[in-house]
Design a protein around this ligand. Structure first.
Ligand code: BGC
Ligand code: NOJ
Length: 829
């Protein structure tokens, strides 16, 4: 069952009912100011950091779920309704929500009055513009009133939802004309404020939430002021400040009225916080006067429909440009829609926000993740390589001199987060991968010379190459009894905690260290991760390639020897006969072996082991892929492990705390499904690769939206696995490494257009039924118009490749570097 449809021409998903199985959201903003907006206009805004600069309030885990947002209420002769249906939930005569690239348009209609609201954050602008177009579609004149509503968060989102003894007394606002300013704590230690304005005169306002609602017993669905058709002109003094504009409107038949609201954020330098004169009409309880120059300039920028149209056009052009860098035309519309629009869009969002703020990540828990943000670069680097470069350097700056990494850092301070600390065994490797991806995309080798601090300490700065070096050797220098990497606190799977042995509720599986390992430096020197071994052998060659390019032959050979040794160690101690083991636990026992009672096979190490060709000579790759198909494959994707754990295994940690079929315990973790898709494509098995791809790609799950629940245009982290009662149900949508990895899987492995150090590889692995496909790829300043022909209906194998009619050996298109368009023709067979 569907709740809408894709409008590919406009790059939108069109939702046709407010009652989606879960709030279906979009993200507005690309640089500093961000908003989350659901299909009923729920959600919130923040500047840079969802925890430390929260602008509007949102209550997670609320009942009903999605309550709180930017709401417009209309009172049309006693009928009160919202264009997005919620919160009043009056049945509408028509409803539509269009989520597009950085904007959302919600249209509601009731009793011949139509309200179309466009929400967007313009490029390089710290505010959300909301354009409301009201049209009287009836044959008689209409008198009605419209109320806006935004509820301020007192900046620190964590404090805002816990520290009521203070916060109920600190709230501060000011009002000047049609603009309501939020200035809590501005007098003392803060230099930022927010404002909510409308480009017209108003007939009243409210700034105190309880006055707006009329009673502390009312919810947002029942505001007395709106019902009474009149604002109460409340001036907030502590409690919960809000911003609500009230306006009376009369529309003749066919007449339209446009109002532009702006929710903005501004910072003043310390010495310019205050204005010297008090504007006439300013309503304030303060002795000082806010310097509102920045807000004035921001308001001026979008105070007419023409300016709004120009802002929207600029946003659309930005996205059209970003999405023109890589475009495909395949026989499958759903593939086209994922690759050309939604997957790339989601990659930008994950790049911007890492795992911080979604409808499943509260924005107060985590900043940017070391492993997460490095992986996000993989799917995004072709879009804005400069920002990827900056990000890589920010991340690398938090690294420790020995190659260890802070697991997370705050986007506002860019400092490593010492509450979480480090010792996640996989972290350093992802940086090798992201730096390599950046160089392969851009050919910009100078990033390796960039001086990058360790532990954010400039005096410890070393060239980026040194960071790669310590990353690589951090693995080599931390091996266990079988010569495999130590598992430490966790690897990619945060929930395999082999040194935790936690028996006390509330201990964090990621940060708690069992005292028995304290003396050993915090984690077991026995527990080893086969996943990290396979990631090392997959990633290592990129490091070797970099050294070779730099003419460092000796270092390259030394690194290669370590990779070879690791492969040997894996084959000797970690191949289980039909697949690769997952780990050795702290007791030296195998995890993920046919000998185990539960959790006999895990997905994570398999894909990277296959792509590293570990044991390929003895058929380990195909055996492994077949085992995945046999034990992990199910209707909605590949589960993470099988059989699911049915008891708590103290030696394994968090993984065995989840009921079977959810999250890391046999859920369908779409992130590592992508690694298997890559591996199947790598092995030339285009049918399987495509089968797995189509099981999880959102455009394909659209048809089962009622089961899947979450947005059909973006990936979620997890789908309930075959052991779950809610098999097929999606969760944790938007902020997941799946976005980047599935972009890699479809574009570089299935469609096979893959940047390499020395050119653009074109080597697809597709369903045999395809006659071929076309792709257009901007690469290092040139454009390649690629046409793949598949006359023999094979899965993989480049029979011939020509560039502008000239035959090229192999499948790497050399870099032309002339800024022109080149025609690449590839015949498979
Ligand atoms: C979740 C993981 C997450 C980790 C760290 C765990 O509870 O299951 O998916 O990565 O917490 O926040
Ligand atoms: C989500 C985390 O953000 C990611 O870093 C981790 O790899 C996966 N969960 C698996 O545990």
């Amino acid at each position: 069952m569907k709740f809408g449809h894709f409008d590919d021409a406009r790059k939108e998903y069109v939702i046709n009912t407010p009652k989606t199985p879960y709030p279906w959201i979009n993200y507005l903003g690309n640089q500093g100011f961000f908003s989350l907006i659901s299909n009923t206009a729920g959600g919130y805004s923040f500047y840079m950091d969802a925890r430390l600069r929260r602008i509007t309030r949102y209550r997670y885990n609320n009942v009903p779920l999605d309550m709180g947002g930017r709401y417009f209420y209309i009172n049309d002769n006693g009928t009160v309704w919202n264009p997005g249906w919620s919160p009043v939930k009056t049945e509408l005569d028509a409803y539509e929500c269009r989520h597009g690239m950085g904007y959302t348009i919600i249209t509601g209609k009731k009793n011949d009055l139509k309200a179309e609201v466009t929400f967007f954050v313009p490029q390089n602008y710290d505010g959300e513009v909301q354009q409301v177009v009201l049209t009287n579609e009836g044959s008689t004149a209409k008198d009605f009133s419209i109320f806006s509503l935004a509820e301020w968060c007192l900046w620190d989102a964590q404090d805002d939802c816990t520290n009521f003894q203070r916060n109920f007394s600190t709230g501060r606002v000011e009002i000047l004309g049609s603009t309501i300013y939020h200035v809590t704590e501005y007098r003392d230690r803060r230099n930022h404020y927010a404002f909510y304005t409308v480009n017209d005169t108003i007939d009243g306002y409210d700034t105190d939430r309880d006055a707006f609602l009329g009673s502390i017993y009312n919810g947002f669905d029942n505001p007395e002021t709106v019902k009474a058709g009149k604002a109460s002109n409340s001036f907030a003094d502590g409690w919960s400040p809000v911003a609500s504009h009230y306006k009376k409107i009369t529309l003749a038949p066919g007449e339209t009225k446009t109002l532009i609201y702006i929710l903005g954020y501004a910072e003043n330098p310390q010495d310019k916080k205050f204005a010297s004169t008090k504007p006439e009409g300013l309503l304030t309880r303060e002795a000082w006067v806010l310097n509102r120059e920045k807000a004035d300039a921001m308001i001026e920028k979008y105070n007419t429909p023409e300016k709004v149209a120009a802002g929207l056009a600029e946003l659309r052009a930005t996205w059209d440009n970003l999405l023109s860098i890589f475009k495909v035309d395949t026989p499958d519309d759903k593939v086209n829609r994922m690759v050309n629009i939604w997957n790339q869009y989601q990659c930008m969002v994950t790049f911007n926000l890492s795992r911080s703020a979604s409808y499943f990540e509260s924005g107060i828990g985590r900043g940017m993740g070391f492993r997460d943000s490095n992986q996000d670069v993989l799917g995004f680097v072709h879009q804005i390589p400069d920002r990827a470069r900056e990000r890589i350097i920010d991340i690398a700056s938090t690294q420790m001199p020995d190659g260890g990494c802070y697991h997370q850092y705050q986007p506002l301070t860019k400092k490593g987060n010492s509450d979480i600390g480090g010792d996640f065994s996989d972290d350093p490797l992802w940086m090798i991968l992201s730096v390599a991806a950046y160089i392969k995309e851009t050919g910009d080798w100078t990033i390796l010379d960039e001086m990058v601090p360790y532990d954010n300490d400039e005096s410890l700065a070393k060239p980026m190459l040194d960071h790669l070096d310590v990353s690589f050797y951090h693995i080599v220098n931390n091996l266990g009894p079988h010569g495999l990497p130590l598992a430490m606190r966790a690897d990619w799977n945060d929930c395999i905690n082999l040194s935790c042995f936690s028996d006390t509720p509330g201990e964090s599986f990621q940060t708690y260290t069992n005292p028995k390992f304290k003396a050993e430096g915090g984690y077991s020197k026995i527990a080893e991760s086969v996943f990290v071994a396979a990631l090392f052998t997959y990633t290592g060659p990129a490091y070797v390639g970099i050294l070779e390019h730099l003419g460092k032959t000796e270092e390259a050979a030394k690194a290669q020897a370590e990779i070879d040794k690791m492969k040997k160690n894996v084959m000797e101690s970690a191949f289980d006969g039909e697949w690769f083991l997952r780990a050795y636990d702290a007791n030296g026992e195998k995890m993920g072996s046919h000998e185990c009672e539960e959790g006999k096979i895990f997905i994570e190490p398999q894909g990277f082991a296959v792509m590293s060709e570990i044991g390929k000579d003895v058929g380990a790759d195909i055996k492994t892929l077949n085992s995945i198909d046999k034990y992990l494959n199910c209707e909605f994707g590949l589960v993470l492990n099988n059989p699911a754990f049915t008891k708590y295994y103290i030696q394994y940690g968090e993984i065995s705390t989840y009921p079977g079929g959810y999250k890391e315990n046999a859920g369908i973790f779409t992130h590592n499904n992508a690694w298997i898709i890559c591996a199947e494509a790598y092995a030339g098995r285009g049918e399987k690769a495509f089968e797995y791809y189509s099981k999880i790609a959102p455009a394909f799950t659209e048809e089962t939206s009622d089961i899947h629940k979450t947005e059909p245009y973006v990936y979620g982290q997890m789908i309930g696995g075959k052991d779950a009662q809610n098999f097929g149900q999606g969760k944790n949508s938007w902020l997941t490494g799946t976005a980047a990895w599935n972009m890699v899987a479809i574009s570089q492995y299935i469609l096979g257009v893959k940047p390499e150090f020395d050119g653009l590889r074109v080597d697809p692995s597709i369903p045999a039924a395809w006659d071929g496909f076309k792709a257009s790829r901007q690469f290092r300043g040139d454009t390649y118009e690629i046409e793949i022909k598949n006359p023999d209906h094979v899965n993989k194998g480049v029979k011939s490749l020509t560039v502008d009619g000239q035959a090229v050996d192999g499948c790497i298109v050399p870099v032309a570097g002339d800024g022109k368009t080149h025609k690449v023709e590839v015949v498979l067979g």
